[in-house]
Design a protein around this ligand. Structure first.
Ligand code: FAD
Length: 333
């Protein structure tokens, strides 16, 4: 089968890109490839089998916010379908030894079944509405540009961090992008985060929902996942600081160290029952561009949370939509 567009990456950027392109050009054949076993990318989740039932724990993005009109409209749709829920406008802040409840901020939205369910929803809808025309393949790693070229597409879209895109683009011999383009793309570097989670016999901590942790070598965030999910499950999730993740690979004891630091800050004594950890090697970009996406004359494009705003779900979603608008007009007008 020859595809019109092939997409590397199956996270929220890809979901938004495909949704928009499909709405504008419903005749196109689109193939989405992701090396992971489950959809969602950094909207990652793990399924915990708790005594109270199955609980999806968010181990990637903690929540999403919406500032643009366009994304607010999307969020309103998710809310009306019950996929998303309003979680909280205020979070705690640990600043060194000081603890405070932050002033009211933007509404943080969470998903009943984990944020990954938003991406899964897109792709199950594509499979139902456009069978055979929009294809989503998991556990398919693209290792070379030649392999990607093999699909014969008019546009080859990387919906992932630039560092991941470059690993593929760099395999081309002779090089497919100029020295200057490569030097520009090489500026985009991402920083790691280790996420750890733990379940407990009961909720023994105060109703803090989530806490930003500042001036701490180990942690950057603690979240009460039961409060976030809305099922009240006794589950905590923590994100390490970038510095901690740079110094640590995943090892036995890492999760316990991270969870232990959270319990200390919350001033709680509790024994974890299930405990787990995941290292996001490319969690957060240190550089972002004002351009909403990158496109070159060789049919190559990159979109995601490094393009058009600060790194977050909203930026990723908008970047995918803007690239779809552009490709619909310039390649398939
Ligand atoms: C720990 C953490 C906390 C965060 N907290 C927040 C938050 O609170 N609020 C917020 O708005 N955002 C947050 N974010 C950021 C948010 O998760 C991202 O902005 C968003 O998920 C990016 O989506 P994406 O689709 O662009 O990229 P990704 O989700 O990274 O998807 C890219 C996909 O490409 C695949 N891929 C890459 N290379 C290949 C290849 N060669 N072949 C096949 N597949 C490939 C990967 O497997 C991946 O699934 C957080 C992220 C992390 C990691």
């Amino acid at each position: 089968m020859v595809y019109d567009v092939v997409v590397v990456g199956g996270g929220i950027t890809a979901a938004s890109f495909v949704s928009r392109l499909n709405a504008l050009k419903p005749e196109l054949k689109i193939l989405v490839l992701d090396k992971a076993m489950r959809p969602g990318g950094r909207l990652g989740a793990r399924t915990l089998d708790l005594s109270t039932g199955v609980h999806e724990v968010d181990i990637g993005a903690a929540y999403l916010t919406a500032s643009s009109e366009e994304f607010r409209t999307q969020v309103a749709q998710w809310l009306s379908r019950g996929l998303l829920r309003e979680w909280t406008e205020s979070l705690w802040v640990f600043d060194g030894a000081k603890r405070s409840e932050s002033a009211k901020g933007p509404m943080r939205y969470a998903a009943k079944d984990g944020l990954r369910s938003l991406v899964a929803d897109y792709f199950s809808k594509f499979a139902a509405d456009s069978p055979g025309r929009i294809e989503y393949r998991l556990q398919t790693a693209i290792k070379s540009l030649d392999a990607l070229e093999g699909f014969g597409a008019q546009a080859m879209v990387f919906a992932c961090p630039v560092q991941q895109a470059l690993r593929v683009i760099d395999t081309a011999q002779p090089p497919r992008i100029s020295h200057q383009q490569r030097a520009e793309l090489e500026q985009f570097k991402s920083k790691p985060v280790i996420a750890a989670w733990a379940s407990f016999a009961e909720v023994s901590w105060p109703d803090f929902r989530a806490a930003f942790v500042n001036q701490n070598k180990t942690l950057s965030l603690i979240a009460d996942d039961g409060s976030r999910r809305g099922d009240g499950a006794p589950v905590l999730v923590v994100h390490s600081s970038h510095e901690f993740a740079e110094e640590h690979q995943i090892a036995e004891g890492t999760a316990l160290e991270l969870i232990g630091e959270a319990l200390k800050l919350l001033d709680v004594r509790a024994e974890p029952i299930i405990i787990g950890q995941h290292r996001w090697g490319l969690a957060q970009p240190s550089t972002t561009s004002d351009s909403p996406f990158w496109f070159d004359d060789h049919r190559l494009a990159i979109c995601g949370d490094e393009w058009g705003g600060p790194s977050k779900v909203e930026t990723a979603w908008l970047s995918g939509a803007r690239l779809a608008d552009f490709i619909a007009q310039s390649k398939f007008a």
